[in-house]
Design a protein around this ligand. Structure first.
Ligand SMILES: [Ca+2]
Ligand SMILES: [Ca+2]
Length: 215
């Protein structure tokens, strides 16, 4: 990591005469954690370098240390759902972004996830969402996991968004999802079952908040 940082900083310095403001800021703010080269991220994601720079500035603004822990993530996320309790959903979302599974999200992790969710193919988005739902990461979504996630989504949306829901565990909803998804009725949903079910039922995708509200 240190070598990468050194290289990036040196590259920035060498560009001195034509050095633009963003590079300047980037170097100045690299205090605790420095992102790998933006060129590398540009190659790994579906964002342009300009977009990455904007994202990076936003990220640094919210998280000056350069990494987000779960508490900070929940705090930021809660602002988007003032009428509900987003903490449980944010917890699962955090774990899905935290691909290194070390309790913190670096800018690279954040941007990789965002790239999939915003610019990925339908298949990539569904794979990412499946990973989010597969809480214990055993490759299957079981009914308990789906109940957990659906409940978390309902909590997050809050009673103002879903006035018809009265705080009960949305069991009916989960059962309906499960019957549709578990094609071979073996009690678990595989990635393939998940992808097929989502693609053949647009309503289900929407009601599961796959795209609009996942981020
Ligand atoms: Ca699982
Ligand atoms: Ca199955």
């Amino acid at each position: 990591m240190g070598a990468v940082v050194g290289t990036l900083t040196m590259q920035t310095r060498q560009r001195q005469p034509s050095r633009d403001k963003v590079d300047d800021e980037l170097e100045m703010t690299m205090v605790c954690h420095r992102p790998e080269g933006l060129e590398q991220l540009e190659a790994q994601t579906n964002f342009t370098k300009q977009e990455l720079q904007v994202l990076y500035r936003g990220f640094k603004n919210e998280c000056p240390s350069g990494v987000v822990n779960e508490e900070t993530f929940k705090h930021i996320y809660a602002q988007f759902f003032p009428h509900g309790d987003a903490s449980t959903y944010a917890h699962y979302l955090f774990n899905a972004f935290d691909t290194r599974n070390n309790g913190s999200i670096k800018f690279e992790d954040f941007v990789m996830g965002l790239s999939t969710l915003l610019r990925g193919t339908v298949r990539e988005k569904l794979e990412w969402t499946f990973y989010l739902y597969d809480i214990n990461r055993d490759g299957f979504i079981n009914k308990e996991e789906m109940t957990e996630i659906v409940r978390a989504i309902y909590d997050m949306m809050g009673k103002y968004t879903y006035p018809a829901l009265k705080g009960d565990v949305p069991k009916q909803h989960v059962d309906a999802f499960f019957v549709k998804m578990d094609k071979n009725k073996d009690g678990v949903v595989t990635l393939e079952e998940f992808v097929i079910a989502c693609q053949e039922d647009e309503n289900m995708m929407r009601s599961m908040q796959l795209f609009e509200n996942v981020m």
